[in-house]
Design a protein. Structure first.
Lengths: 114, 114
DNA sequence: TATTCACTTTCCATAAGTGGAAACTATCAA
DNA sequence: TTGATAGTTTCCACTTATGGAAAGTGAATA
């Protein structure tokens, strides 16, 4: 957690447009691996591997219901990405920090409990 | 501009911790390729290639002074990254949009002119 | 002009990412 | 139990990334 290695895996996961499409899809609602495979015209194997990359970066997490595996966005992780960006751009930093404080104090109920 | 392909190159460029270190270095002040090579104990060739990847993603830009090539952060591009993140996390979206409006109206003088 | 300097590019070997096909696992249904 | 369904993993061929070494480029200096 909080390591350079984790940032490697996050940005690597985001560097492929198919994986970003999967994330966009999941930001609407949770989907099964099969849903995503038919949506993007890929084999289950290919989707499963990309899902693994996103899961490894903790951008998503999975839950099992019977035979089906549901994929969910992990909204918490985006804060880490935003923090890195803020650090590069001091101009943003102050206001993003304000935003973080706001989230920390006002939005605890929003945190997903997986 | 504004394409999926550009996001590919941005996130790919960010997926390597050496390149992120270079960016952190450049967010302090502009440096030559040689400065960066000695700072990170890499050959000029290796640094030059990584610089090219960062330049391709438009995260930095170069300027020449005699034999030396100076590398500068391109702060503008970070807005694009922030926008992608905001789109994934609707929770952030509203407030980042406010931030963008603020920047667009109040901070035109801050824009680097290269 | 010849040489040094700052950098870029090419060539090379090594390593890693990619997706299809097919084998494998686990769950549900008849 | 048998068979179908939902995913995962392995194997394979192909493509791409990586950095060192060395050749190539262009600008400063003797």
């Amino acid at each position: 957690m909080e390591s350079e290695y984790q940032l490697d895996s996050i940005f690597f996961a985001l560097s492929d447009s198919k994986r970003r499409l999967i994330l966009t899809e999941l930001s609407e609602e949770s989907k099964t691996v099969g849903d995503l495979a038919s949506r993007f015209d890929l084999t289950m194997g290919a989707v499963s591997k990309n899902i693994k990359i996103l899961e490894n970066a903790e951008l998503i997490y999975k839950s099992k219901r019977g035979r089906q595996v549901y994929c969910h966005m992990n909204f918490d992780i985006w804060r880490k990405v935003a923090r890195f960006i803020a650090m590069q751009t001091k101009f943003w930093e102050l206001r993003l920090n304000e935003l973080e404080s706001y989230i920390d104090t006002q939005a605890l109920g929003e945190k997903n409990g997986h």
